[in-house]
Structures are given as C-alpha cells and as structure tokens.
Design a protein around this ligand. Structure first.
Ligand code: SAM
Length: 313
C-alpha cells in the first residue's frame, strides 16, 4: 500500500529508549563497552568521528557545530571532551523534548556554549545554514519515507526529484523512497555548512578485504523497512544523497562505518562472522556488532574545492 511512513509522533511523544535501537554511537560510547573490544584499537565512537573529521579538515579552531537528533548526547559529549578547545559553539536540534533534556544533562559542563532547539528538522532548515558543520548521526532513516511506490506511476513530486537529480529509480514493481533524507540533503546543500551523515544503507559498501560481510545482504537495493519498538525506520539509498550533492556542485566522500570505527579483516572476525559463532560472550558481541554495522555508511558533504590537509589519505 502506497503512503508516507513517519516516526515523528513516536519521537515527539514517547520516552525513547535508545538501547532498544542499538545505535552504533551508544554501543561504542564508553571505553568499558564490550563492543569496543571488537575494534583493532580501542576508541570510542566520538574519537573515531574526530579522526575522520580531522582527516577532512572539518574540525578546525573556532568550529560552529550543529547536531540534529543527538539522542542521549553521547557523541557531542565525546566531541567536546576531546576537541572542545576547537569548538566555539554547539546547537542541538531534536524533535524529542525527552531526549533533548538528556542531552542538556550530558552537556552540562559545556552549558555556556551549547544551545538547544526542540523541533522537527524538516521545518527548521534555516538552523542548518548557520554552522560550519552539521552532524546527522543515525537520524535520516527516521525522516519520512514514501513507501510502496508504483515504479510505473511515479507520484509527481518523486518524478520531479528523479528528473532534477538524475536519480536511478525502478520503472516497474514497487519500491520505497527516502523523501525526508533527500529533502534534508537538499537543505544542507543550499546552505554553506559541511555535513557528516551516517545511517543504515540500502546500498552498503564493504570495508577493504571484508566482502564476506555482504553475505545475505542486498547490496544495491532500495530502502527496506526496519521494525523497531513502536515505530518503523527505513534504510537509506546513499547513491541518491550523492546525486543531490553532485547536483549542487558539492564535494562528498563516503565509506563504511565498520572501517571508520576500526574494524579490520582479522582471522577472528572472519571466523566468527562466517561461522556465525556465538558460543561465548566475546563471540556473541563480536558477531552482533559485525552483523549490525556492516549495513552502515557515513558520508561527508562539503563545499567544493576546499583544500584537504596534506596527510589526508
Ligand atoms: C535513532 S536516534 C539516534 C540518536 C543518536 N544520534 C545516536 O546515534 O545514538 C534518532 C534521533 O533523531 C531524533 N529525531 C528523529 N526525527 C527527527 C526530526 N524530524 N527532527 C529532529 N530530530 C529528530 C530523535 O529524537 C533521536 O534523538
């Protein structure tokens, strides 16, 4: 059945428990987390994000940051702990007043430079343009998705987007389309801020040497439903986000989140994943993380022609 999937009521009204969503950011938020032991070198999610942003020259002195959908505030807390001296001010935007309150508590030590906006990013796009960098970590799968579209009869709005951005869309059968994610990337590209985005993808790319992680995954599919407590999210077709960035003349880089956090092709990872080994706690945690993170991608979108630091690989 064709229609729009929205998670807005869920986030606006519920006291959301992110542990049920198993976000990568929360799984790797503390050094003591068992998931950290799966990484080649133990570091938190925030430390991995800083390393990636530094490589792209996006966290320089005086940075003005905005985070959309900051959940428990763990990523921003980690960024401020490790790179706070370079961050001038932060704006946290969230639809959930409950989660915004958690963010306020987590970021209390930096209260003088952090402000909070309670609202839907779909109607707050002006906030996006007043920053150097906007972080959107595991949020765009929650934005409205047009589901069950008949490829033979595209709704007018989708037909126009497909034309403008040269999007690859099926012309037969039914598929889902990340309406909200495409609109958000459009809004980001119209402003001047760079953006760091992560999410489950419908077109994942595997880390070097780890093609085996694609086993059982559709690697060039259209968004699929993920059922979670009280709501449904959709995976993101990153090639569509790239097409929008290209249209606006933006540069972009993208990669697998597993590689970003430091998961490598070790004999142990290979054996546990391919053998579906879950006999010990260590194996269970390792299998769970590999199985979960393999679908995720990150993307950085930035103004074209900005010089990267000379050691950027
Ligand atoms: C899956 S959680 C991710 C939380 C955190 N970024 C992490 O990675 O753990 C989604 C977050 O986005 C927020 N959110 C969902 N839809 C939103 C919208 N339309 N506008 C602003 N925030 C939204 C939720 O309240 C929540 O904080």
């Amino acid at each position: 059945m064709e229609g729009i999937n929205s998670t807005a009521d869920f986030y606006r009204d519920e006291a959301v428990d992110l542990m049920q969503e198993y976000t990568i950011c929360e799984s790797l938020s503390r050094r003591e987390s068992p998931y950290i032991k799966v990484l080649e070198c133990p570091r938190t999610y925030a430390e991995s994000v800083i390393s990636l942003l530094d490589g792209s020259g996006l966290l320089g002195r005086g940075t003005r940051l905005c985070e959309v959908g900051g959940g428990y505030g763990s990523l921003m807390k980690g960024l401020l702990e490790s790179a706070g001296g370079r961050i001038d001010r932060v704006v946290m935007v969230d639809l959930s007043s409950h989660l915004l309150e958690r963010q306020r508590r987590a970021l209390e030590p930096w209260a003088s430079k952090v402000s909070f906006v309670n609202g839907d990013i779909e109607t707050l796009s002006s906030v996006l343009s007043e920053n150097d960098l906007v972080i959107v970590n595991e949020v765009i799968g929650d934005l409205p998705t047009w589901v069950g579209i008949d490829g033979g009869h595209l709704p007018g709005e989708i037909d126009r987007l497909a034309d403008r951005y040269d999007l690859d869309l099926p012309r037969t059968g039914r598929f889902n389309f990340n309406m909200g994610a495409v609109r958000l990337v459009e809004a980001l590209c119209r402003g001047r801020s760079a953006a760091f985005i992560t999410e489950h993808s419908s077109d994942p790319i595997m880390p070097p040497g780890m093609d085996y992680l694609a086993r059982g995954l559709e690697t060039d599919g259209y968004p699929r439903e993920i059922r979670l407590a009280g709501h449904r999210e959709y995976t993101i077709r990153f090639s569509h986000l790239a097409a929008v960035a290209r249209y606006f003349g933006r540069d972009f880089e993208t990669g697998n989140l597993a590689e970003m956090v430091g998961i490598a092709d070790s004999p142990r990872n290979r054996a546990v994943f391919l053998g579906r080994m879950t006999g010990s706690d260590e194996q269970e945690v390792r299998y769970e993380l590999l199985d979960h993170i393999r679908e995720y991608r990150w993307m950085i979108i930035r103004q074209a022609g900005v010089d990267l630091p000379s050691d950027h690989g």
